[in-house]
Design a protein around this ligand. Structure first.
Ligand code: IPM
Ligand code: MN
Length: 362
């Protein structure tokens, strides 16, 4: 359906390594669908991560925060690289991502991990484990817990001899992420598995009790609980048992990487970071891959699928989102491959060729 008057402002944060290449490949796909569906995307590019450190001396310039806050959505590439590895904590490129999530109040991170039928052979798991299908949505709390908690270190003679970080969650923080998970599960198989370490941690005990309390508002959704160590094992043993996984910041960081590998390549997986308004941040879950940055072979699919999530959650252009997702499935079904998902010497496409083929298949 054409709707001629819709104009959206999107902030682009290419970042480091393969970031600029995958963002560039993705904007071409966005241009194509916006033409077809009659909306306009006005993009502004801003600095983040190592690129920002090099140009203006900080990983998250105020100007970038301003541009993002004035946008309908933010599309990010990736940050980090060996060049900045030795910088102190506050100056690391990663602080750019943590900072922008915090500044925009993006407390909910949605990370889908789906095994595409035509990509089964790229998964490290055996066929019989994947046979029932794998379609998991990890809902990770994104602005609390140990990544943002009190921290410190003690020094003698200039040498650090102890350091600590703290995991702390308040009831409202847990309630709001739990509601996101239950709502997302409603649009899926209506199953939430809340992952914690409630046999050891007080913060997890509070997490579990609060999730149980919130679940009363969602009687139609089935709730189960799992300790994180068991969850790490079950993801490999029987990933098909999971639908929606709800967990804290650090467990979600780790489990979503694990879940992604089940699908064959982290290069395929998008993510959405949402808050209490429509403004969201969308990024591939892989990193900046500095080792392949100059080779032009980075897989842009995770970013292209992140753009689809952006169209769905922030811009309300659901048909255009579905169109992109279907084009990616066709791309794989036809047999096209990128370097990360090619097996047994299959031929593979470059970053730009991949976006060109996907555009043809739209
Ligand atoms: C991720 C990344 C980030 C995180 C880092 C780069 C701060 O690993 O998006 O998962 O831990 O959240
Ligand atoms: Mn991570």
């Amino acid at each position: 359906m054409k709707n001629e008057n819709k104009v959206y402002n999107v902030a682009l944060l290419p970042g480091d390594g393969i970031g600029p290449a995958i963002i560039n490949a993705t904007t071409k796909v966005i241009d194509k669908v916006s033409n077809e569906y009659g909306f306009k995307v006005i993009s502004k590019t801003a600095l983040i991560g190592g690129a920002a450190i090099d140009k203006v001396g900080v990983p998250l310039p105020d100007e970038t925060v301003k541009i993002c806050k004035a946008s309908d959505a933010v599309l990010m590439g990736a940050v980090g690289g060996t060049k900045w590895d030795n910088l102190a904590g506050e100056m690391r490129p990663e602080k750019g991502i943590l900072g922008i999530r915090h500044e925009l109040g993006l407390f909910a991170n949605l990370r889908p991990a789906t095994v595409y039928k035509s990509l089964k052979n790229a998964s490290p798991l055996k066929d019989y484990i994947l046979d029932g299908g794998v379609d998991i949505m990890v809902i990770r709390e994104l602005t609390g817990g140990i990544y943002f908690g009190k921290r410190g270190s003690q020094h003698t003679d200039g040498e650090c001899f102890s350091a600590y970080d703290t995991e702390e969650y308040s009831v409202p923080e847990i309630e709001r992420i739990a509601r996101v998970a239950f709502n997302v599960a409603r649009g899926r198989k209506k199953k939430v598995c809340s992952v914690d370490k409630a046999n050891v941690l007080d913060s997890s005990m509070l997490w579990r009790n609060t999730v149980i309390k919130v679940s009363k508002e969602f009687q139609d959704v089935d709730l189960s609980h799992m300790y994180v160590d068991n969850a790490a094992m079950q993801l490999i043993r029987n990933p098909g048992q999971f639908d929606t996984i709800l967990t804290n910041n650090i467990f979600g960081d780790i489990l979503s990487d694990e879940a992604s590998q089940i699908t064959g390549s982290i290069g395929m997986l998008p993510s959405a970071s949402l808050g209490s308004t429509k403004l969201g941040l969308y990024e591939p879950i892989h990193g900046s891959a500095p080792d392949i940055a100059h080779l032009k072979i980075a897989n842009p699919i995770a970013t292209i699928l992140s753009a689809a999530m952006m169209l769905r959650y922030s811009l309300n252009e659901v048909e255009a989102a579905v169109k992109i997702e279907n084009a990616v499935i066709k791309f794989l079904d036809v047999g096209y491959r990128t370097a990360d998902i090619a097996v047994n010497n299959q031929k593979y496409l470059t970053t730009d060729e991949t976006s060109e083929r996907i555009i043809e298949l739209l």
